[in-house]
Design a binder for this molecule. Structure first.
Ligand code: ARG
Length: 411
């Protein structure tokens, strides 16, 4: 009888190599390896298929999902304005559901009964993988070896690999954990765990430090259609090329580094360092264009939506009814978010220099101090009287109560 199959999200690193063998030994499954190409780079992908087969996989897939990731996850997120805890541009959080979706598709194609991943039991990524599987194919079993096995350290993993003749990756082990895709690189764990300690300047790969950046500002113009970026410096680009182009431009100007202490879904705080060069430009430019084109109430309401969107994305709830509903709202708001934004990049800073839109709500006559047909200064008096009525009533009553209205005292 043919063995049952499990599809493993495989990276070719030590952990998933050991997991591949461990799944065969522990569960007696045939293992199908799947690598998602999310833009982690040629060097990380080279030779992975052969390596997976050499480690004992019955089949290996290298799936290029870059375009899908940018088009169906990162750009909708960008349009929403989602930024987690004011700083994190959600590069890993957006990629996980995209990878897990493809894992499920390969499992269906292969008739597998289970999927497996190499996420540890302490992070957000396990949640994101597994919630996606639950939403898309609830009957599929999920195996998370890091939560099951006895291996607790890299040394033990190497031991296991030696015993089972698994080729041990020759790459030098970094003193922190890295997750890279087309949108960002995240660094955390290891020597970064102490938030009082500055990261090693040699760690960064997508951005130069501000002091290494050119002494002249560089201008870049980004074009949007309905909230989706479509061009750089007047040249129309597909989603993948566009992000890569902006990564280079921002990166050489030292733009896109973030160092933060964030609240993980699983309860603890963690220190993360991120490089999101192109994404930082896109988020900045998109907000500029919305400030030009959205009416006040929609803009303010959307700011609240963005907080929630970031939270559900961070929490792994991408395939949820709330995310779909928020996307419908966001899409409606983006009908007029079309135009261009010119930015100046200078030593890690972004300075906006111009924005244009055929749907601009900016009315230069209105902004001047002259009286005109639309705005009668006298109307302002009645407006202020009614708008201020609650404050006036409280002011009068507080005199009777002998409770003065307070300044912002710090006590
Ligand atoms: N803290 C970030 C997040 O939760 C990044 C996680 C990076 N994952 C990793 N395996 N290093 O989205």
């Amino acid at each position: 009888m043919a063995k049952e199959k499990v599809v493993l999200a495989y990276s070719g690193g030590l952990d998933t190599s050991v997991i591949l063998k461990w799944l065969q030994e522990t569960y007696g499954y045939d293992v199908v390896a799947m690598v998602a190409d999310v833009g982690q780079g040629e060097d990380e992908l080279a030779g992975l298929k052969e390596k997976a087969l050499a480690t004992g996989a019955v089949a290996a897939y290298i799936e290029d999902i870059k375009e899908e990731l940018v088009r169906n996850y990162l750009f909708p997120m960008l349009r929403s304005g989602a930024v987690y805890e004011g700083k994190y541009l959600l590069g890993t959080a957006a990629a996980r559901p995209a990878i897990a979706k493809r894992l499920v598709e390969i499992a269906e194609k292969e008739g597998a009964v289970a999927v497996a991943h190499g996420c540890t039991g302490k992070g957000n990524d396990q949640v994101r993988f597994e919630l996606t599987v639950k939403a898309l194919k609830p009957e599929l079993q999920v195996i998370a070896p890091w939560r099951e096995w006895e291996i607790t350290s890299r040394t033990e993993a190497i031991e296991y690999a030696r015993r089972h003749h698994i080729p041990i990756p020759v790459t030098v082990e970094k003193p922190y954990s890295i997750d890279r895709n087309i949108w960002h690189i995240s660094y955390e764990g290891g020597i970064l765990e102490d938030p009082a300690r500055e990261p090693d300047p040699g760690m960064f790969r997508l951005t130069v430090s501000p002091e290494e950046a050119p002494d002249q500002p560089e201008r870049v113009e980004i074009g949007f259609e309905k909230g989706i970026p479509v061009s750089v410096n007047g040249e129309e680009l597909g989603p993948v090329e566009l992000v890569l182009a902006l990564n280079r431009i921002a990166g050489r100007n030292g733009v896109g580094r973030v160092d933060m202490v964030e609240n993980r879904l699983v309860g603890m705080k963690s220190r993360g360092v991120y490089e999101t060069p192109g994404g930082t430009l896109l988020a900045f430019a998109h907000r500029e264009l919305e400030q030009l084109t959205l009416d006040r109430e929609t803009y303010h309401f959307k700011e609240a939506i963005a907080l929630k969107y970031a939270e559900i994305l961070y929490y792994g709830l991408w395939f949820s009814p709330l995310r779909e509903a928020l996307d419908a709202f966001v899409a409606q708001t983006q009908e007029t978010v079309t135009g261009t934004v010119m930015l100046q990049l200078y030593k890690g800073n972004i300075i906006v220099s111009a924005r244009t839109s055929p749907y601009s709500l900016y009315h230069s006559d209105m902004a001047t101090f002259e009286s005109d047909d639309l705005y009668d200064h006298k109307d302002a008096q009645g407006f202020i009287n009614l708008f201020g009525l609650p404050l006036k009533i409280r002011g009068l009553l507080s005199q009777e109560w002998k409770q003065p209205v307070k300044e912002g005292e710090i006590g």
